[in-house]
Design a binder for this molecule. Structure first.
Ligand SMILES: Cc1cc2nc3c(=O)[nH]c(=O)nc-3n(C[C@H](O)[C@H](O)[C@H](O)COP(=O)(O)OP(=O)(O)OC[C@H]3O[C@@H](n4cnc5c(N)ncnc54)[C@H](O)[C@@H]3O)c2cc1C
Length: 400
């Protein structure tokens, strides 16, 4: 029986990137994806930042550029306008298929419609040594030296080993990809307050000239309402600004879950790495996880490959966790602080919050929403913005 260096569970951006990096580093790699094709079920809205995603090799053919950012509440609104696009909305299917091509070209084996059902451990010391999966070729046992759990929200490997728990705080999003008769395809819109979502927000993310993803997200445990019901409701009622779009014709329904409480600790174990949503690596403020999944997927694949000639124990894999924490922990903490504030705002408070956002330049807004304010930028911001409320909001992303 073949023994793989690395077995990757999940063919989302984290798993595909881990498989690519590990295979490129010379490893014998297999990736198992339970769905019948890569990006078959889309569970994301695909918004990201052009600079960062291009650095990861995702070119403009895979996204629609965005240069304006609107916030709409029950009785207030602002559009922060930029001269050049900084954000973008990915064509999720083409992006993930591209990541799969990279992994395949590097030599990784990819098995679709292959659900990992169990982890195999050695009888003597219960160390991970493989996986059981239901594949199109029947039930299979895969021997491997390291498992990368990139199974997303379910953290299915960590959970089946009993080493991680179900997420306590998480977001659920329902979204239609729609034909839109009249769309400003350079502007994304976030709609806040109870008209749009009980605890969360609704969105319009343009994918192309006449196509957008229109969705509603809610946070658990703050609410147990169904985001799909709310989404149908706001589309049927054509709540502002959906009325301006005129005809809206859904063509795809997306539904997904995302952890919303910060990262798991730890994210490495003997012969096991957690990456992407499985580890809780996304920015919890705007539920942005794709670029982190790609970046840290590649990191996981590389560090795992550095260890395969040895025992692949926790100590050997810890470099991955350390590099990731040094780069991301502060951002996640900042984002959680703003999220805590935003999730508890009343409709009236949202109307006032929008006046605070109005004070920001596009550069300041982008740094704020990415939770990437540096000390230097904050000092400059303090000089530009005498209003205490604005400085206080920005202060939330700086305290780390
Ligand atoms: C509603 C919503 C909107 C979002 N919007 C954005 C956004 O605009 N921008 C952004 O950057 N991020 C967004 N995110 C977050 C982003 O989608 C995730 O952070 C990202 O997809 C994480 O990638 P991943 O590879 O870790 O997990 P996933 O993309 O979830 O991939 C996990 C894969 O593992 C497979 N799998 C699971 N269990 C098994 C198993 N046992 N065997 C085999 N395969 C298995 C699944 O089928 C899936 O394909 C959103 C999330 C949600 C829920």
């Amino acid at each position: 029986m073949v023994t793989y260096d690395i077995a990757v569970v999940g063919g989302g951006p984290a798993g595909l990137s881990a498989a690519y990096a590990a295979a490129k580093a010379g490893g014998k790699v297999i990736l198992l994806e339970k769905d019948e094709s890569i990006a078959h079920n889309i569970r994301t809205s695909g918004v990201t930042w052009i600079d960062e995603i291009e650095k990861l090799g995702i070119k403009s053919e895979h996204y629609n550029p965005i240069k304006n950012y609107s916030f709409i509440s029950s009785s207030n609104e602002v559009t922060i306008r930029g001269n050049t696009p900084k954000a973008c909305v990915l064509n999720v299917r083409s992006t993930y298929q591209h990541l799969a091509m990279l992994a395949a070209e590097a030599g990784a084996e990819i098995m679709v419609r292959s659900r990992v059902t169990n982890v195999v451990t050695t009888p003597e010391d219960r160390r991970i040594c493989g996986l059981k999966a239901k594949t199109p070729k029947g039930e299979t046992v895969i021997n491997c030296k390291v498992v990368i759990d990139a199974s997303g929200f379910s953290s299915s490997i960590g959970r089946s080993l009993g080493i991680v728990k179900e997420w306590r705080r998480y977001g659920i999003g329902a979204e239609y990809e729609c034909y839109c008769e009249n769309l400003d395809h350079e502007t994304w819109v976030l709609m806040v307050g109870t008209k749009y979502s009980d605890a969360g927000y609704a969105w319009i993310f343009p994918v192309s000239k006449n196509k957008a993803r229109i969705g509603v997200g809610v946070g658990r445990p703050e609410t147990y309402s169904d985001p799909l019901q709310k989404l149908n409701d706001i589309i049927d009622k054509k709540l502002r600004p959906l009325d301006e779009i005129r005809k809206i014709q859904p063509m795809e329904l997306h539904y997904g879950f995302i952890p919303n409480e910060g990262p798991r600790t730890p994210i490495v174990y003997d012969r096991l790495i957690l990456v992407g949503d499985s580890a809780g690596q996304s920015n919890p403020l705007v539920l942005e996880g794709i670029r982190y999944a790609i970046e840290y997927g590649r990191l996981a694949g590389n560090i795992a490959m550095k260890c395969v000639s040895q025992e692949c124990n926790k100590e050997g894999l810890e470099e991955y966790e350390k590099i990731w924490r040094d780069k991301s922990q502060a951002m996640i903490k900042s984002a959680l602080r703003v999220q805590k504030r935003w999730i508890s705002l009343s409709d009236e408070e949202w109307n006032r919050e929008i006046d605070i956002l109005r004070e920001m330049s596009v550069e300041e807004f982008v740094d704020f929403i990415k939770a990437e304010f540096t000390v230097g930028k904050l000092l400059k911001f303090g000089l530009n913005h005498p209003k205490l409320a604005t400085r206080q909001l920005l202060g939330l992303v700086m305290k780390s």
